[in-house]
Write a protein that binds this ligand. Sequence first.
Ligand SMILES: Cc1cc2nc3c(=O)[nH]c(=O)nc-3n(C[C@H](O)[C@H](O)[C@H](O)COP(=O)(O)O)c2cc1C
Length: 257
Amino acid sequence: MQDNLRKIIADGILAPSGENCQPWKFVIDKNTVKIFNVPTADQSLYNFKQRGSYVAEGALIENMVLSAEERGYKAEVSIFPAAGTLDLVATITFAPSVSQKNPLYESIPKRCTNRKTYTGQKLSHEQKQKLGEAARSAGGEFRLVDDEASLKTLGRAMAVNEKVLFENKKLHDFFYTHILWKEAEQRRSGGFYIKTLEFLPHQLKGVKLFKNWFILNLLNKLVKVSDKIVAENAEKYAGSGSIGIIVANGNTDTDFV
Ligand SMILES: Cc1cc2nc3c(=O)[nH]c(=O)nc-3n(C[C@H](O)[C@H](O)[C@H](O)COP(=O)(O)O)c2cc1C
């Protein structure tokens, strides 16, 4: 059992997390795994009220349940089981059961965040329906736009993020402390290996140059370089076939897990 619990956790931690910070900690107690959130792991502004971390922990739990079912265990999940503390995100209790095959299990090691240039291909009607069903079955909602005018508007709105990032020293410094320049550094959690950010050659030169806040600030004043970055990114985002979001219909911590 202990050996299987370790394998289940190993499948779990392949889940995505903001800046790959992996904000979780585990305590194994017989057939129960306690999952703790580490509030200091994700210091990003995007992690408002720890909710980015809770989303990551939701994905972790999903992976662990799929892994348990594959290995012949039933997983009983309890979210925020201890009243008054938000550090203990969940307990999962495992009991022997019949092994259940789920095609999603095989996708766990194949999943990754893909930042490559979009092909512009649209999702089929069936794919959209399946995504909608998956979101609804978990109590959420899936919203998608794929018409050119909405993609253009959304692309521009999303790229405002980069304007803020390249005009605010605090956010700029935070971003650069989370870039991993060497492949070997990927083994430590917390950061993006530069190659996975998929910059085009001219963008990569810019990213290296703009690490220096003095130069970036000067170029912003002289030639509004941040606006150029925004225009290029807005076009990139609008070039995707579809943009979708999953909406949690509630606003509690549990809804984000
Ligand atoms: C809550 C959350 C927020 C994220 N925000 C971003 C983001 O703003 N930009 C981005 O490129 N990736 C984002 N990611 C993806 C992570 O960077 C990615 O999961 C992590 O680096 C691990 O890589 P992997 O997904 O390929 O395993 C986010 C993931 C989560 C769970």
